[in-house]
Design a protein around this ligand. Structure first.
Ligand SMILES: Cc1cc2nc3c(=O)[nH]c(=O)nc-3n(C[C@H](O)[C@H](O)[C@H](O)COP(=O)(O)OP(=O)(O)OC[C@H]3O[C@@H](n4cnc5c(N)ncnc54)[C@H](O)[C@@H]3O)c2cc1C
Length: 422
């Protein structure tokens, strides 16, 4: 360990902190910084890299363009660099494939150089105290070989994304074979699907729908049940007036509201992002089920109004007790895949050790967490302020603008500290 105290350490190097790293680079920032990422290299949701899946946001909402359309890190620059700009234009779409967007993000990360230390999973952040005051932070990390490292910083930006949600009754089965979260689909399930198998997919959102459609077309032709609490798969609303809630101006509007109005707005617009799927995907699934009916098949099933009330690991698979319109029944599956979304809980994050110093979990307008008197470092969060900053917070929509806001706040923090030290 060195005694060097970084101006800023970023935890996680997904799109949020990548956008921040680019913002600092383009501002010519003097901040001494490093980003830590647990994966061995850049990868955006690698477990859901389903071929044919498209982006749900326009490529113009890339890492930079909303703030700086002339940036060398834009999606258009990427296309130009790769020699595909004209052919992309010929496709007449705003929505690249997920595979291509991941390639864009990886290109941008590589172009930045070595700002990120990969294979560094942050395990804890601790306060470094002197005479009752916290002067800086100690960031503990571990690589895949189990080697530990320690870095010091005056500011951190936490952007670890969401954690896979394992609701009851599945919590106790986590880590067992035969059951996984959608987060691991392409690695943990797809290569192991074999003829004659029976697969359950739980959930009614985009991931569950994508997985169902992917398995429907799988060469091994497994039987697949899509198990849905609700009565119907519903489309995400991406109509133009509704889409305005993902605009950068909306963050300010939302932040200025009282908590009741914010909550009402989030509830009102939840159908843009939660438990919904793209309309064209729903149409595809409907067509698949219709075609199957024409051919009197039964391989693919939509189990509506149905919820799992018990789950058990058996030698031959995972047994689910399902409660649906026809009452309770048990089914055994070779694979159970949870399309049950993600949790974002600061108290359970690497910041847990700082909880005695935390005043509240809701950050200020510029994403800084309020801390108690005597705590001098700054902690910013990305993707953890949906209740105060709006539905765009966990998405890509405002990355470019938020990154600039955090970069400016971090530079101001450093400048004030240097003035105070003079
Ligand atoms: C399959 C899928 C598709 C999506 N598609 C879209 C879309 O089309 N449009 C849209 O707007 N949003 C989409 N989203 C929402 C998604 O949250 C954002 O696209 C984006 O990934 C958010 O970026 P992030 O950097 O905040 O989080 P993440 O992308 O989750 O990145 C977090 C990074 O932090 C790392 N990390 C986590 N914990 C640690 C730790 N302790 N130490 C070190 N590193 C750590 C992770 O390995 C990861 O690389 C999608 C989400 C999923 C799951």
């Amino acid at each position: 360990m060195s005694d060097r105290i970084h101006d800023l350490v970023g935890i996680g190097f997904g799109p949020s902190n990548l956008a921040l790293a680019i913002a600092l680079h383009e501002r010519g920032s003097g901040l001494d910084r490093v980003f830590l990422e647990s994966r061995p290299g850049f990868a955006w949701h690698p477990g859901m890299m389903i071929h044919g899946a498209d982006m749900q946001v326009s490529f113009l909402k890339d890492l930079v363009s909303l703030h700086n359309p002339a940036s060398r890190f834009s999606f258009l620059c990427y296309l130009h660099d790769k020699g595909r700009l004209e052919r992309f234009i010929n496709r007449k779409t705003f929505f690249p494939s997920r595979v291509e967007f991941n390639d864009y993000l990886s290109w941008a990360a590589a172009k930045l150089g070595d700002v990120c230390a990969y294979d560094q999973r942050v395990t804890a952040v601790e306060p470094a105290e002197r005479r009752g005051e916290v002067t800086h932070l100690r960031i503990h990390a571990e690589n895949s070989a189990g080697e530990r490292s320690l870095r010091l910083a005056r500011q951190i930006v936490l952007a670890p994304g969401g954690q896979p949600n394992w609701p009851e009754p599945f919590g106790a089965l986590r880590g067992l074979p035969g059951i996984s979260h959608s987060n691991d689909f392409t690695g943990a399930v797809l290569p192991h699907v074999a003829p004659g198998q029976h697969v359950a997919v739980l959930g009614g959102g985009q991931s569950a729908a994508e997985i169902f459609a992917e398995l429907a077309g799988h060469p091994a032709a497994p039987a697949v049940d899509l198990i849905l609490r609700g009565h119907a798969l519903k489309p995400s609303d991406d109509s133009p007036f509704v889409n305005e809630i993902f605009g950068a101006d909306h963050t300010q509007l939302m932040f200025g509201m009282d908590p009741q109005r914010r909550k009402a707005l989030l509830d009102d617009f939840a159908s843009t992002n939660y438990a919904v799927a793209d309309l064209d995907l729903l149409q595809k699934i409907y067509d698949l089920l219709y075609e199957q009916e024409v051919e009197a098949g039964s391989r693919l099933r939509l189990l509506r109004d149905t919820r799992p009330i018990a789950a058990k690991a058996l030698p031959g698979g995972i047994a689910l007790t399902l409660e649906g319109p026809a009452g309770r029944h048990q089914m055994t599956y070779d694979h159970v895949i949870l399309g049950t979304g993600y949790r974002r809980d600061l108290a359970a994050s690497v910041l847990a050790g700082l909880s005695p110093w935390m005043q509240a979990e809701q950050p200020d307008r510029f994403y800084r967490l309020p801390m108690r008197q005597g705590f001098r470092p700054a902690i910013y969060v990305q993707g953890y302020s949906e209740p105060t900053h709006g539905l765009s917070d966990t998405l890509l929509s405002i990355l470019a603008v938020r990154a600039q806001e955090i970069a400016a706040a971090a530079e101001t923090f450093r400048a004030r500290r240097l003035i105070a030290a003079e």
